[in-house]
Design a protein around this ligand. Structure first.
Ligand code: DC
Length: 224
C-alpha cells in the first residue's frame, strides 16, 4: 500500500531539504509543489502579465503545459520541453508564485497534477495546503516552521550559494510579506491542519530536524 506524508509550512523553514532527506531515507518520492506555483509565476511573467492581474493569469492557464519527472530521485519541472528548475528560485519569481497561488483557478489547475503523483508512489509532498486540501487523508502530516529571522538567515545563505546576493533585510521583508499573503489568503491558507504535528526547527540544524521528523513519521506510519 502507498502512503502519503504531507509536509507543510512557511517559506524557508527547510521543507525541501528535509523532504529530500526523508525521501532518500524511506525510498519514496519527493514532490515539491512550490515549484509548480513558481513555474506558473515564471510563465505569466514571461508573457508580461503581472501575477496579480487575475483575469489575465487565468486566461493564460490553458496554454501552460507543466509536467514533472523524476531523475535519480530528483524532481525536474518542465514547461513544455524546457527544464525550468534553474529559473524559478529568484526573488522576483518567488513573489510571483506567492501572488498567483492566491488565485483559486491556479490552485484548481494544479490540484490533479499533485494528486496523481501519489497514485503510483508513496510520497512526501511539500507545500502549504497538502495536509488541509490535497491530502486530508495523509498518513502523516507535519507542519514545519521556524521564526522569520531564522528562515531569512537560511534563505540569504542559500541564495548567495547560488550566486544571488540579496541583503538579509530584503529577504526578511520578503518572507514576512509572503507569510502574510500565504496565511491570510481566502483559499487554501497556509495553516497547519488540525491533525498536523507542528515541528519548530528554529533551534535545530538539518540533522536534528531529520531525526525529529523520522520519529514522527515512524510512529504515525506504524500506527496506520
Ligand atoms: O515552497 P515555495 O517557497 O517554493 O512556494 C512558492 C510559493 O507558492 C509560496 O509563496 C506559496 C505558494 N505555494 C502554495 O500556495 N501552495 C503550495 N502547495 C506550494 C506553494
Amino acid at each position: 500500500m502507498f502512503y502519503k506524508i504531507a509536509l507543510d509550512g512557511p517559506s524557508g523553514a527547510g521543507k525541501s531539504s528535509l523532504a529530500k532527506r526523508i525521501a532518500k531515507e524511506l525510498g519514496i518520492v519527493y514532490v515539491d509543489t512550490g515549484a509548480m506555483y513558481r513555474t506558473v509565476g515564471l510563465y505569466v511573467t514571461r508573457k508580461g502579465v503581472r501575477p496579480d492581474e487575475e483575469e489575465k493569469v487565468i486566461s493564460l492557464l490553458p496554454e501552460i503545459s507543466l509536467s514533472v519527472c523524476f531523475r535519480d530521485g530528483e524532481q525536474h519541472i518542465l514547461l513544455g520541453d524546457e527544464d525550468v528548475g534553474g529559473l524559478i528560485r529568484t526573488p522576483e519569481i518567488s513573489m510571483a508564485a506567492s501572488r498567483v497561488s492566491a488565485i483559486p483557478a491556479v490552485r484548481a489547475f494544479l490540484l490533479d497534477t499533485q494528486r496523481d503523483l501519489a497514485k503510483k508512489n508513496s510520497v512526501i509532498m511539500d507545500g502549504r495546503d497538502i495536509g488541509t486540501v490535497i491530502f486530508p487523508d495523509a498518513n502523516v502530516k507535519i507542519f514545519l516552521t521556524a521564526s522569520p529571522e531564522a528562515r531569512a538567515r537560511r534563505r540569504t545563505l542559500e541564495l548567495s550559494e547560488k550566486g544571488i546576493n540579496t541583503p538579509y533585510e530584503e529577504v526578511l521583508r520578503d518572507i514576512i510579506t509572503r507569510d502574510k499573503n500565504d496565511r491570510e489568503r481566502e483559499i487554501a491558507p497556509a495553516i497547519a491542519a488540525p491533525d498536523a504535528i507542528v515541528l519548530d526547527n528554529s533551534e535545530l540544524d538539518l540533522e536534528g530536524t531529520v531525526a525529529a521528523a523520522l520519529t514522527i513519521i515512524r510512529s504515525r506510519v506504524a500506527e496506520a
